[in-house]
Design a protein around this ligand. Structure first.
Ligand SMILES: [Zn+2]
Length: 270
């Protein structure tokens, strides 16, 4: 009788431990899912950081996200028409500058809401680093948080004014951020979009080099390329590789409603 009681007690304890572990496990997963803020995993220090992320994938899901920055400059219609032709969804990070300059480009993107998710790349392509005389890749950052807020909100308003849904993601110019900027952008309610595959290095790479980088794409990857340099070879390389990736069973998705998780290889650059 006593032994039976002991057994019942230990079974009860085991069930409790399993229950608590399951609860903790669920909590852990949530932290790495939709609610994880970039601020929670940013390395300490004041240096601008390139944020590397991948999509959170459920069992067997072979999704990848193509993201295209429209910084300023031109409109690579060839690239967008390639995506339409192959029915490949993409997340477009557009600046107000680009939107103002290319109404025909925005009209083409907005004509395919099933394919294109338009997100915020700022008003005037000012990097998200705070401090007088701070620069990244030669571009001057923001003097203070108020200017950063105006850059982020200005980009969002320009997108909404075209009839597109209000953006939920932000990617700063140069994709580098300092701690103060990350905190301010997330406090405004935006999620910061990193990447895992830099496909065209600002649309400066050759077709062959971009194809080589795209060959390595695997489930969960977030690809960054550019759609503001029509003279570049980015469109040609995507035309080569999108059918290849689709034949491998990869399914392209936008960032809309997706969860992302940090990659261990977050670089810092001065
Ligand atoms: Zn840009």
């Amino acid at each position: 009788m006593q032994n039976h009681f002991k057994l019942s007690l230990s079974l009860f304890s085991a069930a409790r431990v399993i229950g608590i572990a399951a609860w903790m496990g669920f909590g852990f997963f949530s932290v790495h899912g939709a609610v994880a803020s970039v601020a929670s995993y940013l390395p300490a220090g004041d240096r601008p950081v390139e944020i590397h992320q991948r999509l959170v994938t459920s069992n067997g899901e072979k999704v990848v996200a193509l993201t295209l920055d429209a910084c300023g400059g031109g409109f690579d219609a060839d690239l967008v028409n390639t995506l339409v032709e192959f029915h490949v969804p993409a997340t477009i990070f557009a600046t107000r500058t680009w939107i103002d300059r290319h109404p025909e480009g925005m009209a083409l993107l907005n004509a395919h809401p099933d394919l294109f998710d338009i997100e915020d790349h700022g008003a005037a392509h000012v990097p998200a680093v705070i401090g007088a005389n701070k620069r990244v890749y030669g571009l001057r950052g923001e003097p203070d948080i108020a200017h950063l807020n105006a850059e982020v909100e200005g980009g969002a308003r320009a997108i909404s004014a075209t009839g597109a849904p209000r953006p939920e993601w932000y990617r700063g110019a140069t994709a580098l951020y300092d701690q103060a900027a990350v905190g301010a952008i997330e406090a405004m309610g935006y999620r910061i979009a990193g990447f895992s595959v830099n496909a065209d290095a600002g649309a400066t790479l050759s077709r062959r080099a971009i194809v080589a980088r795209l060959q390595s794409v695997k489930p969960g990857d977030i690809i960054i390329a550019h759609m503001n340099k029509p003279a570049s070879e980015s469109a040609e390389a995507l035309r080569d590789m999108l059918p290849v990736l689709i034949r491998r069973g990869l399914q392209f998705v936008t960032l809309q409603g997706r969860s992302v998780e940090p990659l261990a290889t977050t670089n810092t650059r001065s």
